[in-house]
Design a protein around this ligand. Sequence first.
Ligand SMILES: *[C@@H]1O[C@H](CO)[C@@H](O)[C@H](O)[C@H]1NC(C)=O
Length: 202
Amino acid sequence: MSAQNQQKTCLVTIGATASFAALVEAVLDPTFLSGLEANNYTHLLIQYGQDGQQLFDASLQRSLQSNTPSSLQISGFPIDTSGLKSHLLLAKGHANPSATPGVVISHAGSGTILDCLRISVPLIVVPNSELLDNHQVELAEALAEQEYVVHGRLEDLTGALGEVEQIRERIEGKKWPPVNSGVHREARGLKGVLNEEMGWLD
Ligand SMILES: *[C@@H]1O[C@H](CO)[C@@H](O)[C@H](O)[C@H]1NC(C)=O
């Protein structure tokens, strides 16, 4: 089977507690869909939140009506009460033998971030600027600095996709929690940021 036929999934998750309409809209923008295809993605799966169905449907309609043909398979769901694990594994490419590693794009909730770090699936963290929560930006920056995640910005998610491909092997090779050899100091720093974030579990 050629690389082009292999399933490659981008999972987007906005978390259960807050809505993040701008992220749902951004990942259904025709420009971003083209970016996914350029990076050989075949599937886009969006967890859009309890109140997100209308927004998802409307954004998807808009995209399909644009002139950019897309062969991506796009689907969505509000929340999964059994958790995100199976979806994360799908993005990691572990769900079936013909899959190739993909990516997770997430709001900056520490629960989702930790789940992704634990299974070493490449993660683009997109802080929700509307929440005015500096901790989210701090967390994204601290983790991105050490190449655990890519810090994504709504205006340039396609650029973040490219960045993932550049550091994919390094992300996939990282262990969480960090072993306390050379990265002891870093680990403490990360732990500090994560501890502050813990009230933010989704
Ligand atoms: C996409 O597939 C083409 C053809 O198989 C390959 O040359 C290219 O490196 C792939 N790009 C990525 C980002 O995987």
